[in-house]
Write a protein that binds this ligand. Structure first.
Ligand code: B12
Length: 289
């Protein structure tokens, strides 16, 4: 929500002319502030004070965004309902519903990063928590993972093709890390931002990942850590790979639920992010968006 109104918005909200509002501001009856760009604005709290004190009649409450809390509550409720539906569909193995929900969210303006960090992550977390390691749990977990893989690939097919020939991103999860979804999510998010992506997936030796990134002239190489791998080995492999990539000015981006276990090497082009959203912001910057 914007906590400020333009003089015109305020004027329309109470049914007066914009010049009246400016006159009140000049005579100090209502306070205006200036934005960084030099535009005059009225804080919502100041607008409300003025209306109360002068008994001005509000004819367009929507312009004052006074209905906002209800909108926000409705939006939060809609989000919660979508999260719940996604969890049930994944738990019950209903692939069509999952694809439909993700598509609706995306078409409704939710970024791939928010879908991954929000609904998808929470649903998979609940599946992991609800089904501890018994046979039924393995079945539900594997089926849900497989549905998510299909759904993310279908979602990606809806993104416009990248026109930036230099914007290649390549990545995967390290050797002995079997997790498919985290790296696929990174690929999906980077494609949404506009990169051309190559996802090497789970179980990729980091020297192979570095070598392939250099061969393809990638701008960014992501590494997703989920499995609790031996610290010393990972730190050594990561340090070598990140240094190699940094020499050619490639950015190494690391993340994943076990990434914080490792001591990261001090390398100029290495970045660690805890969410897809943070990575997407950084990646947009790299593409100059
Ligand atoms: C599916 C699953 C499996 C499947 C994986 C199938 C496959 N091929 O992918 C299988 C069956 C292999 C499996 C095995 C095991 N699993 Co498991 N698994 C899960 C589960 C349910 C979902 C994982 C997933 O895909 N999540 C979706 C991802 C995308 O979410 P995320 O990892 O949180 O990622 C987010 C961020 O970390 C970040 N991120 C991730 N990667 C990256 C990368 C970059 C670059 C950036 C910027 C950000 C980023 O963004 C993501 C979106 O927000 C989780 C539960 C959970 N909470 O996630 C347990 C879970 C991870 N597993 C767990 C365990 C214990 C195991 C096993 C040890 C079980 C066992 N007894 O054998 C084995 C270990 C396997 C191994 N070799 O390490 C534990 C881990 C506990 C811990 N602290 O280490 C969890 C948390 C379940 C639990 N609640 O206890 N598992």
């Amino acid at each position: 929500m914007s906590l400020f109104l333009s003089p015109r918005q305020f004027a329309e909200a109470i049914g007066v002319s914009e010049s009246s509002v400016r006159r009140w501001a000049d005579s100090g009856q209502i306070q205006m502030t200036r934005t960084a760009g030099g535009h005059r604005k009225i804080a919502q709290t100041e607008a409300i004070r003025f209306i109360r004190e002068t008994s001005a009649q509000v004819i367009r409450p929507d312009l004052l965004e006074l209905n906002e809390p209800r909108h926000r509550r409705r939006r939060a409720e809609a989000f919660a309902a979508q999260h719940e539906q996604l969890f049930s569909a994944l738990e019950q193995g209903d692939a069509e519903v999952v694809v439909g929900l993700l598509t609706r969210m995306y078409v409704g303006g939710v970024s791939a990063a928010s879908i991954c960090d929000g609904a998808l992550r929470h649903a998979m977390q609940r599946i992991g928590d609800k089904w501890p390691s018994d046979k039924r749990g393995i079945f539900v977990e594997h089926r849900a993972t497989s549905i998510c893989i299909d759904a993310l690939n279908q979602l990606r097919s809806r993104f416009p093709a990248s026109k930036d020939q230099n914007g290649i991103a390549l990545g995967g999860a390290p050797e002995k890390d079997p997790y498919v979804l985290p790296s696929l999510m990174a690929a999906t998010v980077l494609a949404d931002v506009g990169f051309r992506v190559v996802n090497l997936g789970p179980n990729t030796p980091l020297d192979v990942l570095a070598q392939s990134s250099l061969e393809l002239n990638a701008k960014l190489a992501w590494i997703s850590f989920t499995a609790p791998l031996p610290k010393a080995q990972v730190e050594n492999d990561l340090s070598k790979a990140a240094r190699r990539l940094a020499r050619k000015k490639v950015f190494t981006v690391v993340g994943g639920r076990s990434a914080s276990r490792f001591r990261l090497p001090t390398v100029a082009n290495l970045r660690a992010f805890s969410s897809m959203t943070e990575m997407a912001d950084f990646a947009e910057g790299l593409l100059g968006k």
